[in-house]
Design a binder for this molecule. Structure first.
Ligand SMILES: [Zn+2]
Ligand SMILES: [Zn+2]
Length: 352
């Protein structure tokens, strides 16, 4: 088995060759067909998050141990499974749900494994898809992708379920009111596409980058607005016909959270998804006087990934530009993403 590992935060990934593991118990071994290189991987590789005020959160303090094989957007072909597994066929292609918890605590029993305090996320705390094989602890984390191309299905395990999980927190207002989307990167565009598949009213999209605003416009945004414009809040309100009922911030910087709050109407809700980091100060009076909700959303649950796959089977998402690269280019793919050189997604394709 060939894998590319983070051995030291911020240093080049290292190739490791070892015997391919044999599945035991309920484990399933897959041959990797597509492993998405996600922006979160840049954070995991660097090993730190910005908490604002000069403070940082270290991934190694959160239970990440090195060496680590990253990769949490994986599609593979089943090659073997343990003796406790039945009704699986070798050769079948599956999308891997990576946000796995301990399986035993109340949070996991409730189905919200991504919020478990003892996470076993594949590609973060357990070996992921930057490899020619991946081991999954139980077949319940494998989802049928039908005839979807692996490189299109892979990002659904992260950006797809993250956007869908955030949209699910909004409810009925999606059908009748414009949604404000902050950030037109991969997540923002995915959100716009899923909103369309759900038959939503549509979205106003903010970004500081003109190329990304253009991409959002082409993807069907109701309006696109420069997030750096001094009158950004007024422009959003003009486009929405007043304050917005709901907003999703896919950036998560102090400044974007503040803009999101300022754009809300009374009773409105801001969902923060982005992990950019920073801090925000708001008048506490806003919370009761605007009767506002500020809610976080972290990836999504297994059931939501299943719902999303059902949805896109009936209303396919527009194809995202995807570049397939060989496994040996894992580190180059990661650094290209960090330097902003990637349009759409990059997927490692070890089986090519
Ligand atoms: Zn748990
Ligand atoms: Zn991701």
């Amino acid at each position: 088995m060939k894998s590319y590992e983070v051995c030291q935060c911020g240093a080049p990934l290292q190739l490791r060759e070892q015997a391919t593991p044999e599945p035991t118990g309920s484990e399933v071994l897959l041959r990797v067909l597509a492993a998405g290189v996600c922006h979160s991987d840049v954070h995991f590789w660097e090993g730190v998050y910005d908490l604002g005020g000069g403070k940082q959160l270290k991934m190694t303090d959160r239970g990440m141990t090195l060496p680590l094989t990253m990769g949490h957007e994986t599609v593979g072909e089943i090659v073997a499974f343990g003796p406790d597994v039945n009704r699986l066929r070798t050769g079948d292609r599956r999308l891997v749900f990576p946000w796995i918890g301990c399986g035993e605590c109340k949070v996991c029993q409730r189905g919200e494994e991504q919020l478990c305090l003892k996470p076993r996320f594949l590609g973060v705390f357990q070996p992921g898809g930057y490899s020619d094989h991946i081991m999954v602890p139980h077949p319940r984390y494998l989802l049928d992708i039908g005839d979807m191309p692996p490189e299109q299905a892979a990002p659904l395990a992260c950006s797809g379920v993250t956007a869908y999980g955030a949209l699910r927190k909004i409810g009925g207002a999606l059908q009748t009111e414009p949604l404000l989307i902050i950030g037109a990167g991969g997540l923002g565009l995915m959100c716009l596409a899923i909103l369309k598949s759900l038959g939503g009213h549509g979205a106003i999209v903010l970004d500081i980058d003109a190329t990304k605003r253009e991409a959002a416009k082409e993807a069907g945004a109701l309006a696109v607005i420069d997030a750096n414009a001094p009158d950004v809040v007024k422009q959003v309100q003009d486009a929405a016909g007043g304050g917005v009922w709901s907003a999703i911030d896919f950036v998560g910087a102090g400044s974007t959270v503040r803009v999101g709050i300022d754009c809300l109407t009374k009773g409105g809700k801001l969902i923060v998804v982005g992990l950019f980091g920073g801090e925000v100060t708001i008048p506490t009076l806003y919370i009761p006087a605007k009767a506002m909700t500020l809610q976080g959303s972290y990836t999504g649950i297994l059931a939501e990934l299943g719902e999303l796959l059902d949805l896109v089977r009936h209303v396919p998402l527009p194809l995202i530009p995807v570049r397939r690269r060989p496994l040996d280019e894992a580190y180059a793919a990661l650094t290209d993403l960090k330097e902003g050189k990637v349009i759409g997604r990059v997927v490692l394709a070890p089986a090519d």
